[in-house]
Design a protein around this ligand. Structure first.
Ligand code: SAH
Ligand code: SF4
Length: 375
């Protein structure tokens, strides 16, 4: 009868209060319940010892706490860990944990596949199946945090919190699954949830302009914008969404977002593609484009995947490009590639997607839109 049980991971803090009210319980019970689930990782209602026995029995008969089942779990030589999670009907999504010296970052997926279809992205290449539910999104953090914490405890260490930062940078375009992503992020920020500050939760978008405004109004977390090109002609080809929301609109939206953002800059992500967007004149054009937007640049060396037809810019070219931005006073970092031995690097997350848009079949993917320079 599992089908008829309510999954409590599908509730944000307000939703859990309403659910408990429906059971005749006061809001503080919802907060207690939420702490058991999201701060202690307890899924078994019997173990929630400060709840009345009658409430525990009620919950056991009608609710569950269930994250997507783990299909595979790989650990990279550099400590990066990638889980493949079953989200039903042949779809699977990926979650990646990236340990660093003073923090642990979880890269969370928001959709099974992605309809934006960026030219250089293996998730986009797979097409789109569906939005993840709130439970499937927060379930990634819930599963990962407690799997990591239990592993540490087994090794004799104590850990209050393993995951200190979340980036909505896995599979999918988070702003095209707005409500479920925002619900999950409310739990990430909640004091009775994961208690992360807004600066430690970053949402990355390909530039869904109206939804950037909504995010700013409802839950302004740190924002990363996937830019990848300094002009509309090139960006139209690399990020097809640009045809709907061109760069001028996108820059204006960044500016509006900054008025409410928890950080005083936008992070621009820029995937370095050999011979496509990595010339010195591209860098100069980029400086002119972003002149009025306080920003930092994060250059991502392209991570190849089969049949992409694209190549990573070489290190010297990436350094030259970065130096032009740095010399103009813009903080610029080159993203270290982590976990590439287990295909966990940016843009390599592929999971399994039953493509409902049939992009590949319609021939919408596969043509190289720009000339690729020979090595
Ligand atoms: N859909 C969102 C978030 C997921 S993608 C977005 O596009 O922003 C996370 C980041 O990885 C984006 O900046 C994306 O452009 C980048 N990316 C995608 N494919 C990549 C690849 N093959 N190599 C390097 N970065 C890639
Ligand atoms: Fe979607 Fe982001 Fe990949 Fe573009 S880069 S296809 S928006 S996941």
């Amino acid at each position: 009868m599992t089908e008829s049980l309510t999954n409590l991971l599908d509730y944000d803090p307000g939703g859990l209060v309403a659910y408990c009210a429906g059971l005749g319980e006061k809001p503080f019970r919802a907060r207690q319940l939420q702490r058991w689930i999201h701060q202690m990782g307890v899924a078994d209602f019997d173990g929630m010892t400060d709840l009345a026995k009658s409430l525990r029995a009620k919950l056991a008969s009608r609710a569950t706490v269930a994250s997507p089942a783990v299909i595979t779990d790989h650990i990279s030589a550099d400590g990066t860990r990638k889980w493949l999670l079953d989200v039903g009907n042949g779809n699977a999504v990926e979650t990646v944990y990236i340990p660093e010296q003073a923090r642990g970052t979880l890269c969370v997926s928001s959709q099974a596949g992605c309809a934006v279809n960026c030219r250089f992205c293996s998730t986009g290449k797979q097409g789109f199946s569906r939005n993840l539910s709130q439970g499937e999104i927060i379930g990634q953090l819930w599963m990962a945090e407690f799997a990591l914490r239990r592993a540490l405890e087994r090794s004799g260490a104590t850990a209050e919190r393993v995951i200190t930062n979340v980036v909505m940078m896995g599979m999918g375009e988070p702003l095209l699954n707005f409500d479920n992503v925002v619900g999950a992020m409310r739990l990430m920020l909640d004091d009775n949830g994961y208690g992360l500050s807004r600066r430690r939760v970053t949402l990355s978008t390909s530039g869904v302009v109206p939804m950037m405004d909504r995010l700013g109004a409802e839950l302004p977390v740190a924002l990363a914008v996937s830019l990848h090109a300094p002009n509309d002609a090139l960006r139209d080809m690399l990020v097809p969404l640009n045809r709907k929301h061109p760069l001028r609109e996108l820059m204006a939206a960044c500016d509006r977002y900054l008025a409410v953002a928890p950080r005083d800059f936008i992070t621009f992500e820029y995937c370095m593609l050999d011979g496509v967007n990595d010339s010195e004149s591209h860098a100069k054009e980029l400086l002119a484009l972003t002149r009025d937007v306080p920003c930092k640049f994060n250059l991502i060396p392209f991570n190849p995947f089969p049949d992409s037809g694209l190549r990573r810019s070489n290190d010297a070219q990436i350094k030259r490009f970065a130096q032009i931005l740095i010399d103009a006073g813009v903080v610029t970092t080159i993203r270290k590639t982590r976990g590439d031995d287990i295909d966990a690097a940016c843009g390599q997350l592929a999971g399994e997607v039953i493509d409902r848009t049939r992009l590949a079949a319609r021939g919408k993917f596969g043509k190289i839109p720009v000339e690729v320079r020979e090595a």
